[in-house]
Design a binder for this molecule. Structure first.
Ligand code: AVJ
Length: 370
């Protein structure tokens, strides 16, 4: 193992569940015909968008990355203590540079037998990042999974001790219910000894939040508008990027940053791939992202509801950002919850079967008891 060449130490699997064209079309159709138009933020990250996001991370106003990294540096040895063999699974790993903080402390010990499992939709970025890690850490094994981590991933190995990681407060991009569903799915992959390291951006004054999403160099604006290029390219649409302004603000009631694209004139766009014509009034917006900011109480509530318990909570001195170390909850309450979910799912399936049988239209959402 010690002199193994880098090709013996790396395996890339997938793509497994990356967005199909059909799903993309469905999402864009739904979003652009809604009364408040929206485009799911996961579509920011084509090659160009991923690059722009890396640039955002270096902006002076974008405190998130710096804060998270400094917390990571301070807590890395505590986190990696006793973790000498196992899988380090990073969800949405991108360029994989934050995880080096953890690998650095781990690799001070030569006994280490850690496998790094990055999961990302961008195959190219994943491969580049993995190769770099192999050359930097001579004993490291890498299993790269090209997949959309927001969906079910079948390829995650389960034999070894696991440390899941979701950096960057990415969980803030999910609406509350989506976030809980997502976290529950991760919890179900975990054994009692496994852990989950979750990065969370905390509520803070508007004067700090808003500049982070309105940088003076205009990188965030470019990042935001790039989502229209993605739609133009994939669906043969003709949105003019110049006809939209970047608009980002903090909604204190919802405790979230929102990014929108605001029409600066009347818009008439053709989306050939959907056979759709879109008109927008001047001033009308397309929402492209929510980025929720957490209080300690809100975070605790979310975590408990998702079936986790907090093991340790790491902050920077100002509590601007935090990293939470979680383990799966093993209480009966949680098991009962899982059972409830299962029963509900079965009931829904059964109902769907009946509807089909009766040749009825599928109900969009079920309310109350079934
Ligand atoms: C990577 C999703 C956490 O919400 O702050 C950066 C993305 N958007 N600037 C965030 C983003 C605008 C970022 N996340």
């Amino acid at each position: 193992m010690y002199n193994a060449s880098s090709t013996d130490r790396i395996e890339i699997v997938g793509p497994t569940n990356v967005t199909s064209m059909n799903e993309f079309r469905r999402d864009i159709l739904k979003g652009l015909t809604a009364s408040q138009k929206f485009i799911p933020s996961k579509y920011f990250y084509d090659a160009c968008g991923s690059n722009l996001f890396e640039k955002i991370c270096l902006l002076p106003e974008y405190y998130l990355t710096r804060m998270e990294l400094s917390i990571l540096k301070d807590s890395a040895s505590a986190i990696m203590e006793n973790f000498q063999g196992g899988d380090l699974i990073e969800l949405g790993s991108g360029a994989s540079w934050k995880v080096k903080t953890l690998l650095n402390v781990a690799y001070q010990s030569s006994l280490i037998d850690i496998r790094y499992i990055p999961i990302d939709v961008n195959e190219l970025v994943l491969k580049e990042a993995s190769k770099e890690l192999l050359s930097e850490y001579p004993h490291l094994k890498v299993l790269g999974i090209v997949a959309d981590f927001t969906k079910k991933i079948e390829k995650i190995p389960t034999e070894r001790e696991k440390l899941f990681i979701l950096f960057g407060s990415t969980i803030g991009n999910f609406h509350e219910k989506e976030a809980i569903t997502f976290l529950r799915n991760i919890a179900q992959l975990m054994e009692p000894n496994d852990r989950f390291l979750l990065g969370l951006d905390m509520v803070k004054p508007r004067e700090v939040l808003e500049p982070a999403y309105n940088d003076t160099q205009g990188v965030t604006s470019e990042f935001n508008k790039n989502i229209l290029s993605v739609v133009n390219r994939k669906l043969d649409a003709n949105f003019h990027l110049d006809h939209f302004d970047h608009y980002a603000f903090f909604d204190s009631e919802k405790s979230q940053m929102e990014m929108h694209l605001r029409a600066n004139c009347k818009i008439a766009a053709e989306i050939k791939g959907l056979n759709l014509h879109i008109t927008m009034e001047k001033g009308e917006t397309i929402r492209t992202e929510i980025s929720r900011k957490f209080t300690i109480r809100r975070a605790e509530a979310m975590i408990a509801e998702a079936g986790f318990v907090i093991k340790r909570w790491f902050f920077d001195p100002n509590q601007w950002f935090s990293l939470i170390e979680l383990t799966r909850s093993t209480s009966d309450l949680w098991k009962r919850h899982l059972n409830d979910q299962l029963t509900q799912r079965r009931a829904r399936k059964e109902n769907l079967r009946k509807c089909k049988f009766a040749n009825m239209k599928r109900p969009v959402r079920m309310h109350g008891k079934v």
